[in-house]
Design a protein around this ligand. Structure first.
Ligand SMILES: Nc1ncnc2c1ncn2[C@@H]1O[C@H](COP(=O)(O)OP(=O)(O)O)[C@@H](O)[C@H]1O
Ligand SMILES: [Mg+2]
Length: 327
């Protein structure tokens, strides 16, 4: 079976006044249809840049590596240049939802008109058909009185409803791949759970692939099949989500898990990862995590970049201090 998405050695740098910033390096990801892949890591770890690369939505100062490839259904989308090609990855085969739904909607156009416009841009269908698909989709994501909401503006909806409307719009074109960039971060926990359930249902029903981005490991545990943990633009560990949560091997993943509150033991002190994420202008040599790592060994960890190697079946770790042959 060919992969829905296969990202090879993605490297993204940004040209800035202070010099060239390396934002994403050597990222390798695979996704099949019907699968949800989680990208987790603290702010600035390169999650959004990775997702935006798939739609070529990074700012103009982005420079992609010569060996980077983002293969979607057999085609390298980094080679897409014409408007016709770009349409395929921007609302055609790929849709994106964001933390802030207001970013997806123009304030002065009704939600319905925007949904219809998007559909007409991507599908050869009549306006009436586009309208009925849009209303069906609003209904499908749990918006009551969908035909009434269709005529409203984004600011007239509550936060949770706006999030659903954005998901409805992103899904209306039936993308093969949905990029969900912190889609639940700004929501109350109860609504967060509903939105996650909705995304999971839709993935099963429409067999699309999803990249689900969050800084919150507890959300990942509930949502995804596979997870890749990112730190300073690098994947430090990846694998099936249960395996990663129950048997984390990279000291950074272990730190993220130890930093989570334990509802069964409220007296347990929270254990944040010590130190701060270095500035991208001052990337550590060798392993990028070595400045905060409990296993740091001078001369080893600051000397070379550890390769992402297989620890167990489908479980990969990039750390010199983890014995990848140990089972
Ligand atoms: N246009 C840009 N110019 C310079 N640096 C950028 C640009 N866009 C993103 N970056 C940098 O890329 C890094 C990764 O950012 P991002 O992917 O947004 O992180 P995350 O989504 O994990 O919080 C950050 O250091 C960010 O400052
Ligand atoms: Mg982000």
């Amino acid at each position: 079976m060919t992969d829905l998405l296969n990202i090879h050695n993605l490297k993204v740098e940004f040209d800035t006044d202070e010099g060239r910033i390396l934002a994403v390096d050597n990222v390798i990801l695979k996704l099949q249809e019907g699968q949800i892949l989680g990208l987790v890591g603290e702010s600035g770890s390169g999650k959004s840049v990775t997702a935006k690369s798939i739609m070529q939505l990074n700012a103009d100062n982005a420079v992609y590596g010569d060996n980077s490839k983002i293969v979607l259904e057999g085609q390298d989308v980094l080679k897409f240049k014409t408007n016709q090609d770009l349409k395929v990855i921007r609302g055609g085969k790929v849709s994106m939802i964001f933390q802030e739904p207001m970013a997806s909607f123009a304030p002065a156009i009704s939600i319905g008109d925007q949904m219809v416009e998007l559909l007409l841009l991507h599908k050869k269908i009549s306006k009436e058909k586009a309208k009925s698909i849009s209303i069906d989709m609003l209904d499908r994501v749990g918006i009551a009185d969908a035909d009434k909401r269709f005529k409203q503006y984004a600011f007239e909806l509550s936060g949770g409803m706006r999030q659903r409307a954005m998901i409805a719009m992103a899904l209306s074109t039936m993308p093969k791949l949905l990029l969900a960039d912190e889609p639940t971060t700004a929501l109350d926990v109860t609504i967060q759970a509903q939105v996650i359930d909705l995304i999971k249902d839709i993935v099963t029903e429409y067999k699309m692939g999803v990249i689900f981005i969050t800084h919150d490991l507890s959300v990942i545990a509930q949502t995804v099949d596979y997870v890749a943990v990112m730190y300073l633009g690098i994947i430090v560990e990846s694998g099936p989500v249960r395996e990663i949560i129950s048997n984390p091997k990279h000291p950074y993943t272990q730190g993220l898990i130890e930093a989570l509150p334990d509802l069964n033991n409220l007296d347990k002190p929270l254990k944040p990862i010590p130190g701060d994420i270095p500035s991208p202008l001052e990337r550590p040599t060798g392993c990028v995590f070595h400045t905060r790592c409990k296993l740091f060994e001078s001369g080893v960890c600051d000397n070379a970049v550890p390769p992402l190697s297989e620890y167990a079946k489908k479980h990969t770790v990039a750390c010199f201090k983890v014995n990848t042959n140990e089972q």
